[in-house]
Design a protein around this ligand. Structure first.
Ligand SMILES: Cc1cc2nc3c(=O)[nH]c(=O)nc-3n(C[C@H](O)[C@H](O)[C@H](O)COP(=O)(O)O)c2cc1C
Length: 332
């Protein structure tokens, strides 16, 4: 008499320990695509997730838009089931409006709601949202208390180290997030004043990891696979977020540096990524929005500025792909 094996393939998969948990949400993997406005849309996120990014953060979503024009901005937080866990990132300076926006987003079934406390753009930070919140620890406490008590999903925060070199209050802010119900902190290791200049301070990320009990994701200046391992070793953080280095190299989520990616892999991803873009945005807009990615994928193949410009201004899909093929034929 034979009995079914209790450890079927799917049970075995479920039994694998997650890299970390965000509240009750298991995250299987320690590499994550950073939220990036203009880049981390559904097509790019789902592509990165299929290669190895462990969860999907949306581009930041303005809570004011959610409250007033929700239907018009649905594309901003549309996602594929395969992307889960899905994190909707929202920004605002008003705790009540953040709560209202989050509650309006809950029916779209995100796994996690994240508060952006890192955006350095004047239009956001200047009005006290994004990194502007770092200057108001009391408000950060209210936001996390309010949202974590009133939402059915975990609430997390993505922060910078402070407003400027004189106000690096990252430890206070990180503790406030944890003490008020936050379930994870992601840290870009720069101040608002630094923008994207200078070097990310990984020592500060290590300090935050030491101080908290909830998971910490480290972020900033990961350009190569070796950087991933260095950041993890340096900080002990639970996960690593990769932003700019993933543009043109989503294989970083499979721990491949760009020089280790074959020409054929690049060739295939141009079709895969363009296909996802056109399915999501429609044929014309999909191509136009894909061209900035194509610039990164195909950069090494261009022989002249004119050749580059001709491809990156093409508006017809067939012509675009014909030009891609001739780039490949020329380089064969
Ligand atoms: C074009 C661009 C858009 C970004 N948009 C967002 C955003 O919507 N939300 C957010 O939290 N961070 C945003 N960031 C910051 C990144 O998530 C990340 O913290 C930063 O780029 C540092 O990581 P990196 O060195 O790996 O790029 C953006 C960065 C870039 C370059």
């Amino acid at each position: 008499m034979s009995f079914p094996d209790p450890l079927t393939a799917s049970n075995a998969a479920l039994a694998i320990e997650p890299a970390f948990r965000v509240g009750g949400v298991a995250v299987h993997g320690d590499l994550i695509l950073s939220p990036m406005d203009g880049y981390s849309d559904q097509p790019f996120r789902s592509l990165c997730r299929s290669i190895g990014s462990a969860m999907s953060y949306t581009e930041f979503i303005n809570a004011i838009d959610v409250v007033h024009i929700l239907k018009r901005i649905e594309a901003k937080f549309a996602y594929l089931e395969a992307e889960r866990p899905v994190v909707f990132q929202i920004f605002d300076d008003d705790p009540q409006r953040l709560l209202k926006a989050a509650q309006m987003l809950v029916p779209y079934q995100p796994d996690i709601i994240d508060i952006n406390m890192g955006c350095s753009d004047k239009s956001v930070a200047g009005r006290g949202a994004g990194a502007g919140l770092l200057r108001e620890p009391g408000k950060v406490a209210s936001i996390f208390r309010l949202l974590s008590q009133n939402l059915p999903v975990p609430v997390t925060g993505k922060i910078r180290l402070g407003w400027d070199a004189e106000s690096r209050n990252y430890l206070d802010i990180a503790r406030i997030i944890e003490d008020n119900g936050g379930a994870l902190v992601a840290v870009h290791g720069r101040t608002k004043a630094q923008g994207y200049g200078g070097e990310a301070d990984w020592d500060a990320i290590a300090e935050i990891k030491q101080a908290l009990h909830i998971p910490v994701i480290g972020n900033g200046d990961v350009r190569t696979v070796a950087d991933i391992d260095r950041l993890k070793a340096h900080t002990g953080c639970d996960g690593v977020m990769v932003g700019r280095a993933a543009i043109g190299n989503p294989w970083i989520f499979a721990r491949l540096d760009r020089e280790d990616v074959t020409r054929e892999q690049v060739h295939q991803i141009v079709y895969d990524h363009l296909g996802r873009m056109q399915e999501f945005y429609g044929p014309e807009r999909g191509l136009v929005l894909f061209r900035k990615h194509a610039a990164h994928y195909l950069g090494p193949l261009f022989k002249s500025v004119a050749e580059r410009r001709q491809l990156l201004t093409e508006t017809d899909s067939q012509n675009f792909l014909a030009k891609v093929e001739s780039l490949y034929a020329a380089g064969a």
